[in-house]
Design a protein around this ligand. Structure first.
Ligand code: ADP
Ligand code: ADP
Length: 227
């Protein structure tokens, strides 16, 4: 579904953030990128989001070279969740969740139905739909951020330390929910973290990076067995 072929990124100041990144991700897979701060995780995610372009190498989405996919089309096929989730304070939860659908021209009724459906999937009460972000806890806001990324039913969801700012208990709750959601909706997820416990809990495959390079790719089960 997603393929990186010898992808490298050198920033204009000369920093080589990612070097010779080659990886294939299959549909429905949950892949976690892990490694110390500065090893190139966010750069990889930002290239996948096409916020930045690789210096060399190619990324393919279902066999199509990224460079040949129109940015609007690509954006529709991707969902993106970051730590600073940035819900829009003046919009209700329903409007926040379905913001992208509005841009795509969905009717109010359609958007409301979709928001209801997503809240149900996350076991959140529909009474939240008319609330504003400030009325929600940090954990609930982050949950809404995840739902917002799912609203337009993207094939691929990119997550950059989405639960990094949460307390350990809420964090674990959201990890479990995300895993359940991912299985139920059969989504492909590329998730960045520097927390090995989080990686082990979520991943089908863990990709370890260091100094811009992939150093190991393995399942959590095999990593746990490695001394
Ligand atoms: P991680 O997400 O693993 O912390 P990053 O991808 O953010 O790593 O960064 C990888 C390397 O690229 C680091 O050395 C970082 O300082 C550098 N870097 C990140 N963004 C830029 C930028 N816009 N310009 C120059 N160097 C950058
Ligand atoms: P805000 O105005 O609250 O910051 P954004 O425009 O950042 O909202 O995000 C709204 C939705 O668009 C999110 O659900 C996110 O998944 C999606 N999104 C934002 N940026 C991108 C991107 N570069 N590529 C794909 N989807 C994106």
């Amino acid at each position: 579904m997603l393929e990186y072929e010898h992808v490298s990124k050198r920033y204009t100041d000369g920093t080589v953030a990612v070097e010779d990144f080659t990886l294939q991700i299959t549909k429905g897979e949950f892949v976690v990128l892990i490694g110390p701060s500065g090893c190139g995780k966010s750069t990889t995610l930002r290239m996948t989001n096409r916020l930045i372009e690789p210096t060399s190498g190619t990324i393919y989405l279902e066999g199509h070279d990224y460079r040949t996919i129109h940015p609007v089309v690509l954006r529709r096929r991707l969902g993106y969740v970051i730590q600073q989730i940035g819900l829009m304070p003046h919009l209700t939860i329903a409007d926040n969740i379905t913001f992208v659908l509005k841009l795509m021209g969905a009717s109010k009724a359609e958007r409301w139905r979709r928001a209801e459906q997503l809240l149900a999937l996350a076991n959140m009460d529909t009474s939240y739909l008319n609330k504003y972000p400030r009325e929600l806890s940090g954990g609930q806001q982050q949950r809404v951020g995840v739902l917002r990324a799912l609203a337009h039913d993207p094939e691929l969801i990119l997550m950059d330390e989405p639960f990094g700012a949460l307390d350990p208990i809420t964090r674990q709750q959201l990890q479990d929910e995300l895993k359940r959601l991912q299985r139920a909706m059969h989504k492909t997820i590329l998730f960045v973290t520097h927390d090995m416990d989080e990686a082990l809990r979520l991943a089908d495959r863990i990709v370890m990076m260091r100094d811009g390079r992939i150093v190991q790719v393995d399942s959590p089960e095999r990593l746990l067995r490695t001394p």
